[in-house]
Ligand binder design. Structure first.
Ligand SMILES: [Zn+2]
Length: 519
């Protein structure tokens, strides 16, 4: 085997640390909190001025960082926009670049997001993402694969998620005292809602950085994303909070494998020493709760992995070039994956108007893995591993539509044009945003409740309701006549096998069809 290791120092650190990880993996959980403070990081690792910062060979000061971000947007106004999506506890800016063709418009494109340095002392991704932004902007129009990415995706880049942690000195002129937490000592990657404990998607009592990030991500609903850390070298995929595998585990392993393999093709010593060769299931490594990755995957219909990109947290600046060389192709290829899978448009079959609908893959999905089409364009993106899937599209006021046998091939997009027919039972004035009935919990195990939405167009009416539950084969599985007294009506579903069902609820002339999952 040929080992192409750039420098003796690099080799020594890498083997020492990966060896340590292997050893500790055997006896006790490894912990990201461990501080590998490299002794050699000092003020000489900081750029002297903007020109030096733009070489990406040194770390920018905080003022230089803000200037770089503004400069990207002002030099490339056709394809780059700078957003401030909030401020940190100490008032530093939380910045994100949008890079896309027609950048000022909200187009029907998949939305991609890179973010880094939520742990303020994990620095490599900070410079890698600044350099990635520069690469996309300077390559647009001349490098074909970069042009295709910028044309087909809405790309968002937030290089620095925890500026107070990174620049803990007042003037933000140095990173030498960078720390993991924000200014209040909060580990931001433990501060997100935790699905495992049943927490709601709620910003109460969270750090300013977390709240703003939650609002930002809820607003943009990214199709795919990654969060960059340091402390080791590995691609960490969901879940982090439970050993239960994600419904799309094969897809996560596939995209993680692709990322790791490409880096190791450049440098066989990189991501070295992991039992699964550069990738790991998060919980199998060690369990955390309140992490950003699981929040995005559970609450936001997103697809996010955690990229651990350098063994050293305060990576010396003379190693930045090498880390860029190793990760450049992988960072781009990972974004290209966001253009594959099942995608398409949902519209009203008569008016052609876009419809916000739920896209479900029966026998595959769990509640967290279903996606929705957008209300503005009707576009949807269902990233998934190669295979054949039945796909159900359902929306309030419309008859559910099933497309059987959708074929998906890796590295290809399968495009579907879904036209939904109005449910004749719902009348022409059906209000899509305030459904007359809601089902919860969903998925449900023993009982599912049917509630009359207080905001529903038809009000909180009482009376007899007829429930019919159909399986995905179209067969009637359960029928009940219940009385709706105004409070939620329980329906026992223990006789049903685990899987995907459609419930047809009729009250007088009003009919609703709602999908649910029996666990
Ligand atoms: Zn970290």
């Amino acid at each position: 085997m040929t080992w192409c290791i750039p420098s003796g120092k690099f080799l020594r650190i890498r083997i020492f640390l990966t060896g340590l990880i292997l050893l500790t993996n055997l006896v006790l959980p490894t912990n990201l909190d461990a501080q590998w403070k490299a002794g050699n990081f000092d003020d000489s690792d900081m750029a002297l001025d903007l020109t030096e910062a733009l070489t990406f060979q040194k770390y920018p000061t905080y003022p230089q960082y803000v200037e770089m971000m503004q400069r990207f947007a002002s030099r490339y106004p056709e394809i780059c926009r700078l957003d401030t999506f909030g401020t940190s506890e100490e008032g530093r800016l939380l910045l994100a670049l949008k890079i896309s063709d027609h950048v000022q418009e909200d187009e029907d494109e998949a939305r991609f997001f890179y973010t880094s340095t939520i742990h303020g002392d994990e620095l490599v991704g900070y410079v890698l993402l600044l350099r990635l932004a520069d690469t996309l902007l300077t390559g647009y129009g001349s490098v074909s694969d970069i042009t295709a990415l910028v044309d087909s995706l809405a790309i968002w880049i937030n290089p620095l998620a925890n500026p107070d942690g990174s620049y803990s000195s007042d003037q933000g002129l140095s990173l030498t005292d960078a720390r993991r937490t924000n200014s209040k000592g909060i580990d931001l990657n433990r501060d997100f809602p935790d699905s495992g404990s049943g927490e709601g998607n709620d910003t109460t009592m969270r750090a300013a950085e977390t709240r703003h990030m939650m609002y930002f991500m809820q607003q943009h609903r990214f199709t795919m994303s990654a969060n960059i850390h340091s402390g080791t070298e590995v691609v960490n995929y969901p879940w982090d909070h439970t050993r239960v595998l994600h419904a799309d585990d094969p897809w996560y392993r596939f995209i993680s494998r692709e990322y790791a393999d490409e880096t190791m093709a450049v440098d066989p010593g990189y991501m070295w020493g992991w039992p699964d060769n550069g990738i790991t299931n998060g919980a199998e490594w060690y369990i955390i709760t309140g992490g950003r990755q699981d929040y995005v995957n559970y609450y936001l219909e997103g697809r996010e992995v955690t990229l651990e990109l350098s063994n050293e947290k305060l990576l010396e600046s003379n190693l930045l070039e090498e880390h860029w060389r190793i990760n450049r192709r992988s960072l781009l290829n990972y974004m290209v994956q966001c253009t594959y899978g099942i995608r398409g448009r949902v519209s009203d079959e008569i008016s052609g108007d876009p419809v916000r609908a739920q896209i479900t893959l029966p026998d595959h999905d769990s509640s967290y893995s279903v996606v929705h089409s957008s209300a503005t364009h009707g576009d949807f993106y269902r990233l998934i591993k190669e295979g054949i899937y039945d796909l159900v599209v359902s929306a309030n006021g419309y008859l559910a539509d099933t497309t059987p046998g959708v074929e998906v091939t890796d590295y290809r997009a399968t495009w579907l044009d879904i036209r939904l027919a109005r449910d004749p039972g719902t009348g022409i004035h059906a209000d899509h945003d305030t459904p007359a009935f809601q089902l919860y919990p969903n998925p449900a195990r023993e009982q599912i409740y049917i509630s009359t939405s207080p905001a529903g167009g038809s009000g909180k009416e009482t009376g007899h309701i007829t429930i019919k539950v159909y399986g995905i084969d179209g067969q009637l599985k359960l029928q009940k006549d219940l009385y709706n007294s105004g409070s939620p009506v329980p329906l026992t579903i223990t006789p049903l096998k685990s899987g995907f069902y459609v419930m047809k609820i009729t009250r007088g002339a009003l009919t609703r069809v709602l999908p649910f999952i029996k666990e």
